[in-house]
Unconditional design. Structure first.
Lengths: 317, 243, 281
């Protein structure tokens, strides 16, 4: 938080401000539950069906079989899809009470609604452009074949910090997690003990006078992520009494600040997943962690508000 | 009825004035790994689904608390009245689809007046109105088409003619509530016979085809929130659909 | 995979009784289509089409590849249309059911084989570089008639898509970013759209069957037509036999319907264009 400077980002947001959130549930008719979540245009749609009849070879005698699949916006699923599924598979079994529906199937399907382009090629894609891949064989020889034309390479030292080829941006991973959470909420038949909510944070170099320092920004766009020195995504599980956060001496000053506004809710969240990339030090990480807490709380309260409205409009009495 | 929105993981305040509290669907004891020191002896309860926290005062100062959520997928529970389709016949009885994860079994003897010699012969594809007699998460649900206390059918059994529709489980529960205005309002304009299953299925039968279609559209409209479940709105909708 | 359980017999009895009176369960008349709605994505070439409660998302992207040696002037159009379990639990990813294959084949025929896209216009440098278009379809919700919905979504997406402008100087190809030069639309010959009819024995056909109607019908017939009154594909895969006059009747209905559907796509595209800040040709 100490890094949350007054300077605005190129789209006019403050460093700790998210893009407008898209939250809706129940739009798919044939799925038992569905949810759409978006950080602006970085969005995902998820469906959650079950408990269903399970195929015999997948049947588990003591708990439900959780099947998570993902579909990218363009083409068919490959390694980046698989990576995202692994992420989701690491989050949901611990928050769902799968043991309450043994010998059944719970299906979660996530559909990305924003393209999965690599940070290195899509970095120059501005907002409204169609996504275009460059066939690497054809463009081997030189710059003229790539589109959009790369800007001056020297300004962004990409070779060191870019994501692996064709991986999802951290923001779209976060959107997928949040969409899945909404889909499970909308299903309503699968008990859930806490609510995972995710956010991405990026650290961008900025020069202030002589000093080069890293600015942390919440919910980075594709552009910002590709420029970032390091990128993080956090998922917090919200629920009463799920854990007590121990306070050690190192980041006590941050905790004191947190306690001022949220001291009674400190025990209501638990870090359930974190992924990071790039070069960063311990301070940057713990600052990003704190920043993600606040952002996830904001998302939670917005989900609460939106779903409250939706439920109210549908309330039968 | 109070109505506060709860999300999974939210703590449920238990009424302290009541002598006993009955926890309904959507509420579970918190599986806290670290015991909170200030909690004392009362366990913390959390919500496990999205919905409105509801409570009802019962007899002898007891209170029921549950989370009223909306869902489409049925989880069998004992004593629920359900609508099922027969999908297979075997020597002892039938296999019935309730829309849940597992098929339910319906014994050939679980009918009014059935004996070993004369069991009802229901075809595959027959719709039956039944009661869940056994529901356990580790076992196949069992259903019966008679009241075991009296041995009479009490309205259970094969449903002939009419039309079945599927809707949210929440609407089905509401339809069984005599104070819910939808059915009385419908009945004011269209006479019909109805069987509400708690597994998200509703069967009804009217005189004419157009009346059935109108009833179906009104119930589905109320379910999706397009039509308000109020007397005036329902009557207007029926009039529009019948025209 | 989850088994699809047949609806109880009373559903079929009632449906037939209603159709005999010329009524459908959702209040439509036999040859009425459900409400069509297009939702355009932020990126050009991303369109979600809703036909009643059926929903299909189509997305178009482009890349530059080498053409085939025997067709040096032709670009490519690839169609990906796998139906996943999101549409309905009966579909399984990685294993295609019969109905899925049928839908995929018909889409392929309706869009690719009817030459809806001018593939020669996708050529950049003969024998060297051509555009490869990839149309990905995501079936979001199967409430009946996925095919018609998918064909509308596909054509809307192809017409919504813009490819970057390229310039050829000698052997060198320059691709202009959208800031430099506005991207150009694809060259589209016509807009073929699918219309699916379901029929029941001894009853007149119905347009745009719902999921229940598809499950219970004795056969379906799909015609693909364009606004120029041309039949592009006619497919009747099994089911009870139909009289030749009945097919002609269906085609006559289709002519009017397709013209309105194309108009619907155009209106939706125009509305979207007005809302866009960037320059779009």
């Amino acid at each position: 938080m100490s890094n949350a400077g007054p300077s605005r980002r190129y789209d006019g947001r403050r460093s700790d401000e998210m893009r407008p959130l898209v939250i809706s549930i129940g739009e798919l008719d044939r799925a038992d539950g569905s949810g759409r979540f978006g950080f602006g245009s970085t969005a995902a749609l998820a469906s959650c069906s079950g408990p269903l009849e399970v195929r015999l070879n997948k049947e588990l005698p003591t708990k439900a079989t959780l099947e998570i699949s993902h579909r990218p916006l363009e083409g068919v699923g490959a390694t980046p899809s698989r990576a995202l599924i692994t992420t989701l598979e690491s989050i949901y079994p611990s928050v769902l009470k799968l043991s309450s529906h043994p010998r059944s199937l719970i299906q979660i399907i996530v559909q990305s609604l924003s393209s999965s382009s690599t940070s290195s090629t899509s970095s120059f894609n501005t907002y409204n452009t169609p996504s275009v891949y460059i066939d690497t064989d054809a463009s081997e020889e030189g710059e003229p074949n790539t589109w959009p034309k790369p800007k001056n390479q020297s300004s962004f030292p990409l070779e060191e910090v870019s994501s692996p080829i064709a991986s999802y941006t951290f923001a779209s991973r976060s959107a997928s997690i949040n969409a899945s959470t909404l889909a499970i909420l909308s299903n309503g038949s699968i008990p859930m003990t806490s609510l995972p909510i995710s956010i991405s944070v990026a650290c961008i170099d900025s020069t202030q006078g002589q000093q080069v320092k890293g600015d942390l920004i919440v919910d980075p766009t594709v552009e910002e992520e590709s420029r970032a020195k390091s990128r993080f995504a956090f998922a917090w599980a919200f629920g009463k009494n799920i854990s007590m956060i121990k306070k050690d001496d190192k980041d006590s000053d941050v905790d004191v600040k947190m306690e001022l506004d949220q001291n009674d809710r400190e025990d209501e969240m638990e870090l359930i997943w974190v992924e990071s990339e790039g070069k960063f030090n311990k301070e940057t990480f713990s600052d990003a962690l704190e920043l993600s807490k606040i952002a996830c709380r904001t998302i939670l309260s917005e989900i609460r508000e939106k779903l409250g409205q939706e439920l109210e409009s549908k309330t039968l009495q | 009825m109070s109505s506060t929105l709860v999300l999974p993981g939210d703590s449920i305040p238990l009424p302290s004035s009541s002598k006993s509290v009955i926890l309904g669907p959507g509420i579970a004891a918190s599986s806290s790994r670290i015991q909170a020191p200030h909690m004392g002896t009362t366990p913390t309860c959390i919500s496990t689904r999205l919905g409105l926290l509801s409570s009802l005062k019962g007899k002898e100062k007891s209170e029921q608390v549950w989370v009223e959520g909306s869902s489409k997928r049925y989880i069998p529970a004992q004593k629920d009245m359900v609508l099922g389709t027969i999908i297979a016949k075997h020597a002892e009885g039938f296999r019935v689809d309730l829309g849940s994860a597992h098929m339910a079994s319906l014994e050939g003897l679980a009918f009014e007046g059935a004996t070993k010699r004369s069991k009802p012969n229901l075809k595959v594809g027959t719709l039956v109105y039944a009661r869940v007699s056994l529901a356990n998460r580790d076992m196949e649900p069992e259903i019966e088409c008679f009241d075991p206390n009296t041995g009479k059918a009490e309205g259970f059994g094969e449903l002939k003619g009419g039309l079945m529709l599927t809707c949210s489980l929440q609407l089905c529960r509401h339809l069984l509530n005599p104070n819910f205005p939808l059915l009385p309002a419908l009945a004011a304009s269209v006479p019909f016979e109805i069987a509400v299953g708690l597994n998200g299925r509703v069967w009804f039968k009217t005189e004419t085809v157009s009346e059935s279609i109108a009833v179906k559209r009104v119930i589905e409209g109320v379910d999706s929130g397009e039509i308000k479940a109020e007397k005036k709105d329902v009557e207007n909708a029926v009039k529009e659909y019948l025209a | 995979m989850v088994r699809e359980i047949d609806p109880p017999t009373i559903q079929k009895d009632f449906l037939l009784a209603a159709l005999a009176e010329g009524k459908r369960l959702d209040g439509r008349i036999p040859l009425e289509q459900r409400k069509v709605e297009y939702i355009f994505g932020e990126e050009l070439g991303t369109v979600e089409c809703r036909l009643g409660k059926t929903a299909v998302l189509a997305q178009v992207s482009a890349s530059i590849v080498k053409p085939r040696d025997d067709r040096p002037y032709e670009g490519f159009l690839l169609i990906n249309s796998e139906i996943g379990p999101m549409a309905s639990s009966v579909y399984e990813s990685g294993r295609s059911s019969d109905s899925e294959i049928l839908i995929t084949r018909l889409l392929e025929k309706s869009i690719r084989r009817t030459e809806a896209i001018d593939r020669e216009a996708l050529c950049i440098l003969a024998g060297e570089k051509v555009w490869q278009l990839r149309l990905t379809l995501h079936f979001l919700s199967d409430s009946g008639n996925l095919l018609d919905c998918a064909s509308m979504a596909s054509m809307a997406a192809l017409r919504h898509f813009r490819k970057p402008e390229v310039e050829v100087i000698g052997d060198e190809v320059i691709i202009h970013s959208p800031e430099e030069r506005a991207p150009v639309p694809l060259a589209i010959h016509h807009t073929p759209l699918c219309l699916t009819f379901a029929y029941f024995e001894n009853l007149p056909p119905i347009l745009d069957p719902t999921h229940l109607e598809t499950t219970l019908c004795s056969g379906t017939l799909t015609v693909t037509m364009n606004a120029q009154r041309e039949i592009c594909v006619l497919s009747k895969a099994g089911g009870t036999p139909l009289a030749a006059e009945e097919i002609m009747g269906v085609v006559t209905v289709g002519v009017e319907r397709v013209r309105e559907m194309v108009k619907g796509i155009e209106e939706a595209l125009d509305t979207d264009k007005e809302g866009r800040v960037v320059e779009v040709r």
